[in-house]
Every structure is written in C-alpha cells, then in structure tokens.
Design a protein around this ligand. Structure first.
Ligand code: FEO
Length: 169
C-alpha cells in the first residue's frame, strides 16, 4: 500500500505531466500558425511523451493500491514572440520538471519508500535527456539567428523526429 504523502505528491506530478502535454500542444499550435510544420510536429511528439509520463505515474499509483486523483489543468501560454522563445520556455519548463522529480526522489528517501525511489530513477534519467534535447535546439537557434535558410533547415530536421515508440515510454 502506498503512503498518503507519496500518493498525493505523485497525483500532483500526474497533473504537472499533463500540464506539460498541454503546454507542448499549445507550442505546437503556435508553430503551425507560423507555418513551421516541422517544429509543430516535434512539439506534438513531445506532448505525446508527456502523456506517457503522466500515465506511468497513474499506473504506478494503481499498482501500489493507491487512488488516482485527476485535478484541473492550468491554461498554458498561448503566444510567444519568436520560435527561439518557445524553445527557451520549453527548456525552462523542463528544468522546473527536473526539480519536481528531484523533490519526489527526496520524499521517497524521507518516507523510506524504496519502490517509489526505483520507479523514479527512470524519470531522473529521462529528465537529463529532456533537458539536453531542448538545450541543443536552443543552441542551434542561437547560431542561426534570423537567417531564414537556417530556420528552414532546422524545421526540416526537427520534423524528422519519430513518434513515441513503446520503448521510449
Ligand atoms: Fe515529463 Fe518533459 O518531462
């Protein structure tokens, strides 16, 4: 049986992951609106990944005999001043999520919940990848600046990101 403090913290994380999916869908809509369809597709895949993260936590609570509680999802940002601002916002958001995962891992140690600690290891590793991916895109965009050809090439490259496979979940 899962302890109530851990159950509450994971329920809150389900909400944070669903918000992440909502945020990335909003970013995808922004890119669609300015015809950067590759970046829009990249953000769509990112949103799908966030839903798999939410469902991992959801399934875990149930597996441990706890009760899932779904809460209201906050409205995400709607507009950004430029494509690079979107990826910068995404990078900041991932750093925030990493902080939350670390807090959860600390709580699992404090509550001596080793099963939750082991489950969270996957997320600790995943956050390293999430931050690295977005940070790389921000660096590329800084190199490109306002060069239209560069943006076009990067949009093409990002559009090649495949859909989420079961191994990535
Ligand atoms: Fe679920 Fe992007 O962290």
């Amino acid at each position: 049986m899962i302890n109530k403090k851990i159950e509450e913290a994971i329920n809150s994380q389900i909400n944070a992951e669903m918000f992440s999916a909502y945020l990335y869908k909003s970013m995808s809509a922004y890119f669609s609106d300015i015809n950067l369809t590759g970046m829009a597709a990249w953000m769509n895949v990112q949103a799908q990944e966030e839903m798999t993260h939410a469902l991992k936590f959801y399934d875990y609570i149930i597996e441990r005999g706890g009760r899932v509680r779904l809460m209201a999802i906050e409205e995400p940002a709607f507009d950004w001043s430029s494509p690079i601002e979107v990826f910068k916002a995404s990078y900041e958001h991932e750093q925030y999520i990493t902080g939350r995962i670390n807090d959860l891992a600390d709580l699992a140690i404090k509550e001596k919940d080793h099963a939750t600690g082991i489950m969270l290891q996957w997320f600790v590793t995943e956050q390293v990848e999430e931050e690295a991916n977005v940070s790389e895109i921000v660096s590329k965009m800084e190199m490109i600046g306002d060069a239209k050809h560069g943006i076009y090439m990067l949009d093409k490259e990002l559009g090649g990101r495949g859909a989420v496979s079961s191994e990535e979940e």
